[in-house]
Design a protein around this ligand. Structure first.
Ligand code: CP
Ligand code: NVA
Length: 309
C-alpha cells in the first residue's frame, strides 16, 4: 500500500495520483464510519498546531473538529500569538514547534513561507491556503464530485472567475485525476503561466486537457461541474472596486448554468459574495452542492491527518 506518514501537503502537484486517490478513499471510509456512529481515534496523544495569518471559518473549525474526532488535540495560533509576528524567523519557528507538535497546519499569504516552514520542520506541514494554492479545499472538492458523479476521470470542470489560489489548485487537482479543466477569466486575471505549464504536464500523463480562455461560454459548454470563487481574495481588499468591474461578465448566473450539461453541479469553496461571482438564485438552486462541499472539508481533512500524522 501507499504510506503517507510524515508527508507534507503543500500542493496537489507534489502528490502522486495514487496518493490523491488514497486520501479520497480514506475520506470515504472515515465519512461512512462517522455516519454509522463508529469511533476511530488513531491520533490519541497527538497535537496539531494551526497557524492562521488570515481569517477562516471552514478550515479552522473543520481542522479543529477533525483532530478532536480522531482523538488528538488542536492548538489554534493566531497571527499575534507567535513570535513570528515580532520577527522570529520561520526556520527557528519550524524547529521549535517540531519539538512540541506532531504536525502543523498553516494559512498565510506567501506560499514560499509554507515551503520554508516545511523545509525546516521535522513534522508534516499542511497548507491551509496561501495566495498561490488551497490543496485541502480541492481534495474536499474532488471527493464531493466523486459523491455526485461516481467517477472523476473524463469529467469536465469549468472554473469561472479569478485565476487565483482556487483556480491554481483546481488545475493541479483535476489534471492529477484525469479531469478536463477549463478556466474562464479576463485576460489580466488568468492563472500564472508556470502553474498552467505544470498542470499541462500532468494532463499529458492522465490524458486530460487544460484550457485557459476569456470566454465563459467556451469554458462552460458541456461542463459537468461549474466552479467559482470570490473576485477579490483575502489580501486584495484594496483592489475590490477595480476587480468588481473587471469580472462583471464572469458571474455564475442561471444563464451560465444553462450553457452546461443538464446535470451540472455548481461548486464554490465559500465564503461567497452573492450578486458578485454567483447569484443568490444559483447558489440556492437545485444544481448547487456548496454545503456538502463544505461538510466534506471535515472528512477529507480527517483522512489527511490520519494518513500523515
Ligand atoms: N473554503 C475555505 O477555506 O473557507 P475558510 O476561509 O472559511 O476556511
Ligand atoms: N480565493 C479565496 C479563497 C477563500 C477560501 C481567498 O484566498 O480569499
Amino acid at each position: 500500500g501507499i504510506n503517507m506518514k510524515g508527508k507534507d501537503i503543500i500542493t496537489l502537484h507534489d502528490l502522486t495520483t495514487d496518493e490523491i486517490f488514497k486520501i479520497l478513499k480514506t475520506t470515504d471510509i472515515l465519512k461512512k464510519q462517522q455516519m454509522k456512529g463508529e469511533v476511530y481515534k488513531p491520533l490519541k496523544g497527538k497535537t496539531l498546531g494551526m497557524i492562521f495569518h488570515k481569517s477562516s471559518t471552514r478550515t479552522r473549525v473543520s481542522f479543529e473538529v477533525a483532530m478532536w474526532q480522531l482523538g488528538g488535540y488542536a492548538l489554534f495560533l493566531n497571527k499575534n500569538d507567535l513570535q513570528l509576528n515580532r520577527g522570529e524567523t520561520i526556520a527557528d519557528t519550524a524547529r521549535v514547534l517540531s519539538r512540541y507538535l506532531d504536525a502543523i497546519m498553516i494559512r498565510t499569504y506567501s506560499h514560499d513561507d509554507v515551503v520554508e516552514l516545511a523545509e525546516y520542520a521535522d513534522i508534516p506541514v499542511i497548507n491551509g491556503l496561501t495566495d498561490l494554492t488551497h490543496p485541502c479545499q480541492v481534495l474536499a472538492d474532488l471527493y464531493t464530485i466523486y459523491e455526485y458523479k461516481k467517477k472523476l476521470a473524463g469529467l469536465k470542470l469549468a472554473y469561472v472567475g479569478d485565476g487565483n489560489n482556487m483556480a491554481n489548485s483546481l488545475l493541479f487537482g483535476c489534471t492529477k485525476v484525469g479531469m478536463d479543466i477549463s478556466i474562464a477569466s479576463p485576460e489580466m486575471y488568468q492563472p500564472e503561466e508556470f502553474i498552467v505549464k505544470l498542470a499541462k504536464e500532468d494532463a499529458k500523463l492522465t490524458g486530460s486537457s487544460v484550457v485557459i480562455t476569456d470566454s465563459v461560454k467556451e469554458a462552460v459548454e458541456d461542463a459537468d461541474i461549474i466552479y467559482t470563487d470570490v473576485w477579490a481574495s483575502m489580501g486584495q481588499e484594496d483592489e475590490y472596486e477595480v476587480r468588481l468591474k473587471a469580472f462583471k461578465d464572469y458571474q455564475v448566473n442561471q444563464e451560465v448554468v444553462n450553457m452546461a450539461k443538464d446535470d451540472v453541479i455548481v461548486m464554490h469553496c465559500l465564503p461567497a459574495h452573492r450578486g458578485e461571482e454567483i447569484t443568490h438564485e444559483v447558489i440556492e438552486g437545485p444544481h448547487s452542492v456548496v454545503f456538502d462541499e463544505a461538510e466534506n472539508r471535515l472528512h477529507t481533512q480527517k483522512a489527511i491527518l490520519a494518513l500523515v500524522m
